[in-house]
Design a binder for this molecule. Structure first.
Ligand code: PDD
Length: 286
């Protein structure tokens, strides 16, 4: 069935949706994005994603074609029109299409491009992978230095995913100067002696919306959290490991570079955090 998507003010069948070949998102990866999950037909942490989107736009001096109330309405319309119960909504805003290809930003009155589409994912919350855990490999982090801005420059993460697949794993954790930054499209955590350890916020990682909620819930549940860099050796020696993102929620990691982490099965801390996260976010979804 053809989806209804949103492009520059119009709801259209996906086959009719078009963006210019001069669009700076296409030519320069000059665009930002968000991925928001849908549970029970409602949006998970929309406010968090909207806030981060505004920050990404501001950091790149990019205008938004819609305000955040309109954005919420577009998300809701797409959920309804495409009958999404569980899934994801992808949103992208670019600096628009200039008259020609030019490295300099186009005039300020160039209209930005905005595109949204849905991805139906029945069983997203009850994922089989959450019961078995996933395998990751470590790779060098070769991305640009402003990973706190959620840009559409995703070639290296995409290559990382392919390196993981080639090694028989599910994902890759990236390492810079000896310390783990994050997964290809998720934040990375280890658990040692009951303490949850994850890299502190900075320009080196994306400030995950799921991360913020999970760390809040962990602290509320009296768990100890340390926000600091950790190494791959610490990960291999950890009791548990996991990732968080809007598309995986809290997902256990059971193998690093072919070596079992802890018992080699999902551990109690990640299982508990996944349960709390899904319960609380379902309740707060809009
Ligand atoms: N990725 N780190 C990176 C590099 C990411 O791309 C993502 C999200 C995260 C987790 O952020 P959040 O919890 O706000 O989803 C961390 C999305 C899901 C994607 O690209 O599909």
């Amino acid at each position: 069935m053809s989806r209804t998507v949103y492009v520059n003010g119009q709801y259209l069948p996906e086959e009719e949706a078009k963006v210019s070949i001069f669009d700076r998102g296409f030519l320069f990866a000059d665009g930002v994005y968000e991925v928001t999950s849908v549970l029970g037909g409602k949006l998970v942490d929309f406010a968090g994603h909207a806030r981060r989107l505004e920050r990404s736009l501001t950091e790149l001096d990019m205008a938004s074609p819609v305000d955040m109330d309109e954005l919420l309405e577009i998300h809701r319309q797409l959920v309804e029109k495409n009958e999404i119960d569980e899934g994801l909504i992808y949103l992208q805003i670019t600096r628009g299409a200039a008259a020609d290809r030019d490295f300099a930003f186009p005039p300020e009155d160039t209209p930005p491009t905005i595109v949204l589409f849905t991805q139906s994912k029945p069983g997203l919350a009850d994922s089989p992978a959450a019961k078995t855990g996933i395998k990751v490999i470590s790779i060098e982090d070769q991305r640009w230095g402003r990973r706190d801005i959620k840009t559409v420059q995703l070639l290296y993460p995409s290559m990382g995913k392919m390196m993981a697949k080639a090694a028989g794993a599910d994902d890759a954790w990236m390492v810079e100067d000896g310390f783990v930054t994050e997964g290809t499209s998720n934040n990375a955590y280890i658990v040692k002696n009951g303490t949850i350890i994850t890299r502190h916020l900075g320009n080196e990682i994306l400030h995950g919306i799921t991360r913020a909620a999970v760390l809040r819930f962990a602290r509320e549940a009296q768990m100890t959290v340390e926000e600091r860099p950790f190494t791959i050796d610490e990960a291999k020696d950890a009791d548990e490991a996991f990732i968080t993102s809007a598309s995986s929620f809290v997902m256990p990691v059971v193998d690093m570079d072919g070596q079992a982490i802890g018992s080699g099965a999902p551990g109690p801390v990640s299982a508990r955090l996944r349960e709390i996260y899904l319960d609380e976010m379902r309740k707060a979804a809009v």
